[in-house]
Design a protein around this ligand. Structure first.
Ligand SMILES: [Zn+2]
Ligand SMILES: [Zn+2]
Ligand SMILES: [Zn+2]
Length: 221
């Protein structure tokens, strides 16, 4: 059979009840240790500008990182970094829908964890029918640099800032702060993202690849 580089037509997939015909519907799932994950559903402006989508999701990474005391998806150590893995267009008709995976990871420079994340990346690209391209590695950290631990305050991001006192943004129910001052200071950054969030759900599920039908045993937590 002759190979072709033309894009395959996407199958028609009916809208789910949270999805809107006038928006780009984005579902982000952030994975942590032991199948713990957070599912964030967002309505982004109808916009095919991929760079603007990237910008919206880059801000969301910080909110997701500090939404709970996440541990590394691959080894269970405290998570200090996140990796956005795959953007997948589920369907563009009758409205654009996109899925995104986000991994909580201890340290990209820990070889075992990076390798496991790379295997999922390769698998997801194969499933999507894409040529497998290498998972981008973040730039090397300066010596002795330690990023803030996941679950710290999303405002000041001071390591361990949130283990005593905490409050969550009451509008999106995702982002956490150690004080009202941190929440106020972070408002210009957080507000555009906050307005786009439709729902946030913390769940526990079988880690990717462990069941034939992932998602069949989701437990809401
Ligand atoms: Zn790890
Ligand atoms: Zn703070
Ligand atoms: Zn919010």
């Amino acid at each position: 059979m002759a190979s072709t580089t033309a894009e395959k037509p996407r199958p028609f997939v009916p809208l789910e009840d949270w999805q809107r015909v006038d928006k780009v519907n984005l579902e982000v799932v952030g994975y942590g240790w032991h199948g713990k994950c957070v599912r964030v559903r967002m309505h982004l402006p109808m916009d095919r500008n991929v760079q603007r989508l990237h910008n919206a999701t880059r801000e969301l990474m910080r909110d997701v990182k500090h939404s709970a005391n996440w541990r590394c998806q691959f080894c269970g150590r405290f998570s200090r970094e996140t990796q956005v893995q795959t953007y997948t267009w589920v369907s563009i008709d009758p409205a654009p829908r996109m899925g995104m995976y986000m991994h909580h990871i201890c340290d990209h420079e820990r070889k075992k964890c990076f390798k496991e994340m790379e295997e999922i990346h390769n698998y997801m690209q194969t499933v999507d029918g894409l040529p497998v391209t290498p998972l981008p590695r973040p730039p090397k950290k300066p010596r002795n640099e330690l990023y803030p631990r996941a679950g710290s305050c999303a405002g000041c991001q001071k390591d361990g800032s949130l283990f005593v006192d905490q409050q969550r943004c009451s509008k999106c129910n995702l982002t956490r702060y150690c004080s009202l001052k941190c929440q106020a200071d972070d408002l210009p950054r957080h507000q555009p993202t906050c307005k786009q969030i439709f729902s946030v759900q913390f769940e526990r599920r079988e880690p990717l690849g462990d069941t034939e039908e992932p998602g069949t045993d989701i437990v809401r937590i």
